[in-house]
Design a protein around this ligand. Structure first.
Ligand code: SF4
Ligand code: SF4
Length: 449
């Protein structure tokens, strides 16, 4: 009996040493020096404790108490409770794309569009005039101006623009209009993975997914008319290394790159569907008819969290989303409800709100009398900050505990977070201990200029 207890303790202790050593190695690879350094004393303590169990006559009563304590703790960690499936209320009104900050920023003074917009929304004029006085995105006078980085991001956005004509094209004449929905859905998913998507899902296109009016491009102001039945949503990963420099230039270099990657894949998928003889439209950066995070959430790719972005299970908000809509029959992946663990974690975390330099993210609870509501950020405050610094900031994404790399260590923590509220509380404490509540800015690498 004594030997069994001692061996069990040794097994648990050396398992913990293995995990903590792995954590140190992964943290070094991820350039998270603070996390690696903070795990060293924990590992040494576990090693000394293990050695004491082997070489010192530890009283039996102490051993059995410790084992009982560890088993109870393990039981609590593994126990699934406090996780209800939820639904967010469907927005009553469609959102007008003309209210998106990029649409407002693109309005030129003394144009008809400018006058009409502020006649319709006089309450936005003051806030918009404030950001118009600032340098602006990728501007040479902005705070984080960097000649090479801004030029690279501009080059990538110009390449995204070249894709715009490919978003809407004529459907090929096809004699064979029959399609096996299951077969083509499987093909699409597998092919999308090969093209580099992180996750892909399909949902029925709903009215609230669509903007009410077009806010960008040559059809500005026209009502959105899209009668497609299905929407394919997918995510591409944004590099955690690039995002770690937030809010400096590498963030906008990375987001532009992933807009390009997502855009390229979306136009490929849309063209594939047209080749089969069905209508399809790609929704890519600066050319959306749908609100991508709402579509992606309904397709089961994640949950919209406190920072107003889609939080995916393995990458958090560290993704870009694109959508293809079509009238080709597909098999949907929509879940019956949304896993509440993300919103429950957001409820206690608030790290994005604490770190947001423009106070755009709400600290308020997402709970309502009837359930949960979608958190909304102040897009005016956020965009005005972008216009000061010249990049798209991304500080909220970087500090989010869900944004850590997709590997064994962080996925274990993510699984814990999903399981119960005790784990969520613990995971938040650990995240703050290892990574800090307000991580500092990381200096740019020499090659970045
Ligand atoms: S930082 Fe925290 S509160 Fe903000 S989105 Fe991420 S998990 Fe939610
Ligand atoms: S991008 Fe920056 S300014 Fe905007 S909400 Fe996130 S942290 Fe705040």
């Amino acid at each position: 009996m004594i030997e069994v207890i001692a061996l069990s303790l040794l097994f648990i202790l050396f398992g913990s040493v293995f995990f903590s050593t792995l954590f140190i190695v992964f943290s070094m690879v991820e350039n998270e020096k603070r996390a690696a350094i903070r795990m060293v004393p924990v590992t040494i303590f576990l090693l000394i404790f293990g050695a004491a169990l082997i070489f010192v006559a530890v009283p039996f009563i102490f051993q059995i108490t410790l084992l009982a304590f560890i088993l109870v703790a393990l039981f609590v960690v593994l126990l699934p409770f406090g996780n209800k499936s939820i639904t967010f209320p469907v927005p009553e009104k469609q959102f007008d794309e003309r209210d998106v900050m990029f649409s407002r920023a693109a309005l030129k003074t003394d144009t008809v569009e400018f006058k009409n917009y502020y006649a319709m929304r006089p309450q936005n004029l003051q806030a918009d005039n404030a950001f118009r006085k600032l340098p602006g995105l990728l501007n040479a006078n902005a705070k984080y101006y960097n000649r090479y980085i801004f030029s690279a991001a501009n080059a990538t956005f110009s390449t995204v623009n070249l894709l715009q004509p490919l978003t809407e094209q004529k459907t090929s004449e096809s004699d064979d209009k029959k399609i096996n929905a299951g077969e083509v859905t499987l093909f699409l998913k597998k092919w999308a993975e090969k093209l580099g998507v992180h996750s892909v899902g399909i949902t029925h296109l709903q009215p609230h997914h669509l903007y009410s009016h077009i806010g960008r491009g040559k059809n500005y102001g026209n009502p959105v008319e899209l009668n497609h039945k299905f929407a394919i949503a997918f995510t591409v990963e944004m590099s955690s290394k690039s995002l770690s420099y937030a809010p400096q230039g590498p963030v906008v270099m990375e987001s532009s790159q992933q807009y390009l990657n997502a855009g390229t894949i979306a136009v490929q998928i849309a063209e594939f569907i047209r080749n089969l003889g069905f209508e399809a439209r790609a929704h890519i950066d600066a050319n959306y008819r749908v609100i991508c995070p709402l579509v992606a959430q309904d397709a089961g790719l994640g949950t919209i969290g406190r920072m107003g972005l889609l939080m995916t299970p393995k990458l958090g908000a560290r993704v870009r989303v694109a959508v293809v809509t079509t009238n080709m029959e597909l098999v949907t992946t929509s879940p019956k409800g949304i896993d509440s663990s993300v919103v429950q974690f957001c409820e206690i975390c608030k790290k994005c709100a604490v770190n947001c330099p423009s106070n755009a993210i709400s600290f308020k609870s997402g709970k309502t009398k009837s359930g949960w509501k979608l958190w909304k950020i102040s897009h005016e405050k956020c965009y005005t900050y972008w216009c000061k610094i010249g990049t798209d900031c991304g500080r909220c994404i970087t500090v989010c505990p869900y944004s850590h790399p997709n590997n064994f260590i962080h996925n274990t923590i993510r699984l814990m977070i999903k399981r119960n509220p005790v784990n969520r509380w613990l995971a938040l404490k650990l995240d703050n201990y290892f990574y800090g509540t307000k991580p500092g800015l990381i200096p740019l690498k020499k090659w970045m200029g």
